[in-house]
Design a protein around this ligand. Structure first.
Ligand code: PEP
Ligand code: MG
Length: 827
């Protein structure tokens, strides 16, 4: 029987609709609800993860029909569909039917065992009876006036040359052209054998899904039919008003470029924010400086209500992005949106906006913008680098609310759905939205590889080059581009030859990606048979499940701090034990490596008085914090020990600096594990993320079972370049030979004493670095789930013997750039 899911902003409404549908259709109807948000009073809102859960709870081979109320409910239902496994997705249908009537009609028919298609149709037509009964002539909108037809049919066929087909702008130009004539013009997509649609309706034209190379047939009748088609022909010849996307560079420029000059000639260089290659036309992102049209100002009450609605809409979108990110790339990435959600509810910000509105003369838009700017300037004035960088987040959130206040069309227009998007800088929400729309690549004049925007681009797999410089801002809309983000460069107006070569590379990478995905569950052996374990970094129990699906052979880093953040008090021993046990259980026998609490400094716990530090990254962080808060630490160790008594678990301590610290922590673990013989036998190791510990590796290896290199922190401490500070980001490159020497030293010390060594920093998930890490003797790599399949594939392509020679050459390099060149040459 087809299952039904009711999605509503209100829990009560969702349950009420389900109750009514069951009442009408009988109790056996399979109905689940996703209403309201998580929380004691179930606040109003919708959440994609809840929709996923509801779908899964009523899923069967017969399929599931999802009905929703409005706004973010639709958005979250769409997101939920994206988040479902592909085999589920095919059998889940989102339905535009009215919620109440649709649910009742669908439930009644579903009970009879009708197929999904029929149930959806029944729901969609559920309003008809009521409309027929209540129709009021004055309220029925008049249909668009049909154009006079008659006379001979004129027919025109054109092939669409545009690289991105008839996307919104060319489609809009087509509609505008047709509207200039009194003729009746229809068109159909010959290639996809579509129905004829009205060429005056942008929505109808868009539904034809016209791609490059598709053939369109226009049929015109009535007055001026022939001139109308002539105008369409001319428009098509002019690529529907787009610059010719395949336009080659001027002949003289092409002739002057040789293959060897590629790097110097038309290339702009920047930094790799997210690796990969993208080819497409430039789309310049119009950013918030646009003052927009003056707003019509209502009464203060109306304006305040308008702001509340906009805030609610943005909250829904951010919640959806957070849920999507959590499932796709882990809780750390999702945490970016957590912060933005908090900003939206910020009392001070709302108070300033409220005051602005109630002073009488300001509409919601102006008052909101002023409040956001005041808040951003306050942050900017702060000395602390981390706090002052919050201004970017405040303005990002502010811009999203402004867009919502101006109405959906404006915000949709400002985020294109194809091409390579260029901007001065990207905010995290830009990247999330652009990613959801399926753009090919990103280029920014500013920005660092460590920014939130870069983290998101990586987790979404969008090739991105940042920090290209202001020359980028002179590139016009529609200019053909190649983004070779792996090599941190962008080619403006590439030659035909270069384009052809890159197209070949893109195809090859796509083939590799598909193979990698197919083989993700297989172990990764190098060509000469060396096995490297590939594990996942997780922050929640749900991510443990996703990691296995992504091909992980276990968890190499469970960041337990996520259990402690965003709450009013620390979790007690039982709650922690359950979380560790559940994560271990989810791994079905694979090993779970638990890192003890890595808190302090930049990650404060609001319920503990942590004092304030001038340099939090050099202060009471990681193990230092835990040793200073014994009760909290031993409670966690006891919880881990209980879970380790039942499941394969390893333990490690973060940010160990000295031998004494390690010994102190180890003794506390021994104490906690003593009552549980299996736990007492668990492997206990440490993260090497402070240079002093890396230098002490020979001593530490005498006592620890393993090392895991935290290259994110090791890089920051080695180069004295704070990991969140964009202005020093260029210094902190994990492929720098100085860092590689640390890795080599640690690996040698570990192996000399029969210990294994892993890497769990971002470097582990960089497929480019795989031959180097293998060559340096690393035994395990742990990374975010999306990186697992490509890294396994890179391991399969690698030869451990050759990698050793490569690593020696890299160790002798003088800069990170030299290492990158060496690696690119090897590929
Ligand atoms: C690291 O520092 O490399 C690491 C994995 O730990 P985190 O990123 O959680 O600080
Ligand atoms: Mg770290």
């Amino acid at each position: 029987m087809v299952g039904l899911v009711i999605v509503s902003h209100s829990r009560l409404l969702a349950e009420g609709v389900a109750e009514l549908a069951r009442e009408m259709a009988g109790p056996e109807a399979r109905i689940a609800t996703a209403g309201g948000l998580e929380g004691p009073d179930s606040p109003l809102g919708t959440d994609a993860t809840r929709v996923v859960q509801a779908i899964e709870s009523v899923y069967s081979d017969a399929g599931v029909l999802v009905l929703m109320d409005l706004g973010s409910a639709v958005l979250n239902a769409e997101l939920a569909l994206d988040l479902l496994p592909p085999e589920y997705r095919e059998r889940v249908r989102l339905c535009g039917a009215p919620l109440v009537e649709g649910a009742v009609a669908a439930a009644a028919l579903a009970r009879t065992g009708a197929p999904l298609q029929r149930v959806a149709e029944e729901a969609r037509s559920a309003l008809r009876a009521k409309q027929e009964q209540l129709v009021e002539p004055a309220t029925v909108p008049s249909p668009p006036q049909p154009r006079p037809t008659g006379g001979p049919e004129h027919v025109l066929r054109v092939t669409v040359p545009n690289a991105h087909g008839l996307h919104v702008r060319p489609a809009a130009r087509l509609v505008q052209t047709v509207l200039r004539f009194p003729a009746d013009v229809r068109l159909r997509n010959v290639t996809t054998q579509s129905e004829r649609v009205d060429a005056r309706s942008i929505n109808s034209v868009m539904t034809l899904g016209v791609r490059q190379g598709h053939e369109l047939e226009f049929i015109a009748t009535g007055p001026e039919a022939a001139p109308a088609l002539e105008a369409v022909r001319l428009l098509a010849e002019a690529h529907f008003g787009d610059d010719h996307p395949d336009q080659a560079a001027p002949a003289s420029a092409q002739a002057s470029r040789s293959r060897d000059e590629e790097a110097a000639g038309p290339w702009l260089t920047g930094i790799t924010a997210s690796p990969g290659i993208a080819i497409g036309a430039a789309v310049v992102l119009r950013q918030a400086d646009d003052p927009g049209t003056p707003e019509a100002v209502g009464t203060p009450q109306e304006e305040w209500a308008r702001l509340q609605r906009a805030l609610e809409g943005v909250r829904g979108e951010l919640g959806a992005m957070r849920a999507a990110m959590a499932l796709r790339s882990g809780s750390q990435t999702a945490g970016i949106f957590e912060g933005h959600l908090l900003l939206l509810g910020d009392d001070e910000l709302l108070r300033m906006a409220h005051e602005g509105i109630h002073r009488g003369t300001r509409g919601a838009l102006v008052a909101w913008r002023a409040a956001v700017e005041t808040m951003a300037l306050r942050y900017e004035a702060m000395k602390d680098e981390l706090l002052s960088s919050r201004a970017v987040d405040v303005r990002d959130v502010g811009r999203q609310v402004e867009s919502a206040l101006r109405g959906p069309s404006r915000s949709a227009e400002s985020h294109p759905s194809s091409g390579i998007v260029l901007a001065r800088d990207f905010a995290p929400s830009d990247v999330a939205r652009l990613g959801a729309r399926g753009i090919q690549g990103l280029c920014a004049a500013r920005g660092a590889a460590t920014s939130h925007a870069a983290i998101l681009a990586r987790s979404l797999g969008i090739p991105a080059v940042f920090g290209v410089g202001d020359a980028l801002l002179r590139v016009a809309d529609g200019t053909p581009l190649i983004v070779d983000a792996t090599a941190a460069r962008v080619c403006i107006q590439p030659s035909e030859e270069l384009l052809a070569r890159y197209q070949e590379r893109v195809k090859e990478e796509e083939r590799t990606r598909r193979t990698a995905h197919r083989l993700r569950a297989q172990p990764a052996l190098t060509r000469d048979g060396r096995r490297v374990e590939v594990a996942a970094n997780i922050g929640t129990v749900a991510e443990a499940r996703a990691a296995l699906e992504a091909g992980a052979e276990g968890v190499g880093l469970f960041r337990t701090e996520f259990l402690f953040l965003q709450r009013a008090a620390a979790p007690d021993e039982d709650e922690q034990y359950q979380a560790y046990r559940d994560a271990a259980q989810a791994l079905g026998g694979h090993t779970l490596l638990i890192r003890t609490l890595d808190i302090g400094g930049d990650k404060p716990l609001p319920y503990l008085d942590m004092g304030s530090e001038a340099n939090p990254f050099l202060g009471l962080r990681g193990l230092r914090f835990c040793l200073a808060h014994r009760e909290l630490f031993t409670r966690q160790l006891r919880a881990i020990a209980r879970a380790a008594a039942e499941h394969p678990i390893r333990v490690m301590f973060p940010m160990v600096t000295t031998l004494e610290e390690w010994r102190e922590a180890r003794a506390l673990w021994n104490e906690a594990a003593r009552p549980f013989p299996a736990a007492a036998r668990a492997e206990v190791g440490l993260m090497l993320e402070v240079p002093s510990a890396a230098l002490l590796a020979p001593h530490l290896a005498e006592e620890a079972s393993f090392f895991s290199l935290g290259t994110n922190d090791l890089t920051q401490y080695l180069f004295a370049a704070e990991r969140g500070n964009a202005t020093v980001a260029h210094l902190a490159d994990a492929l720098h030979p100085a860092l590689l020497q640390m890795v080599a030293r640690v690996s040698e010390a570990a192996h000399a004493r029969g210990r294994w060594v892993g890497v769990c920093g971002e470097l582990a998930g960089d497929a480019l670095a795989v031959p180097l890490l293998v060559g340096l003797g690393v035994d395990e790599l742990s990374m975010s789930a999306p990186a697992i399949a490509p890294v396994k594939q890179a391991l399969r392509a690698c030869h451990a013997g050759e990698a050793r020679a490569l690593a020696q050459r890299a160790l002798a390099c003088a800069s990170a750039a030299e290492v990158r060149r060496l690696l690119s040459g090897e590929r």
